[in-house]
Design a protein around this ligand. Structure first.
Ligand code: ZN
Length: 152
């Protein structure tokens, strides 16, 4: 184990947050908003899907984009260049709207794919409880409920 890895393991949450914000130039990876005080740290692979608390699995998101993303898993977003102040407000607003649409699209695609799978399992005689357990490992609880309702 390297010294850097050892250090990462012993970091407090506050130190991790600071390290993530510094690495991400204190900008929301989704919209580019920049604000040290209100920036949040998001799990790239959600905790519910086995994502770790390591810095590699954490990214800076503003509270708006973090709420939008919820615990949907999406491909990792690139780190943005450092900027002055809060960033360009018009650009931030446009990026937020695009991000919201992007998340809605991904959610729809994930639900459609998992609903097909769940229907196949059901057609093969898999019990409802087993289907629920399998879905819980693949996606987040809000989506699981939607899928189970749709295959009833
Ligand atoms: Zn944002």
């Amino acid at each position: 184990m390297t010294n850097a890895t050892n250090k990462a393991k012993t970091m407090t949450n506050a130190e991790k947050r600071q390290a993530v914000l510094t690495r991400d130039n204190c900008r929301c990876r989704a919209c580019g908003f920049s604000d040290t005080l209100t920036m949040e740290v998001d799990h790239i692979v959600p905790r519910t899907l086995g994502g770790s608390n390591d810095i590699d699995n954490l990214q800076a998101l503003c509270s708006f984009c973090n709420n939008t993303k919820s615990n949907i898993q999406i491909p990792e977003l690139p780190i943005r260049e450092a900027c002055d102040g809060f960033g360009d407000q018009a650009e931030v607003t446009e990026n937020r709207l695009n991000f919201r649409q992007h998340i809605a699209d991904i959610r729809k695609i994930q639900i459609a794919a998992l609903t097909r799978k769940a229907s196949e399992w059901k057609a093969n005689g898999t019990r409802g409880l087993t289907i629920r357990k399998r879905l819980d490992k693949l996606t987040t609880s809000g989506i699981v409920e939607d899928i189970l309702k749709s295959i009833k």
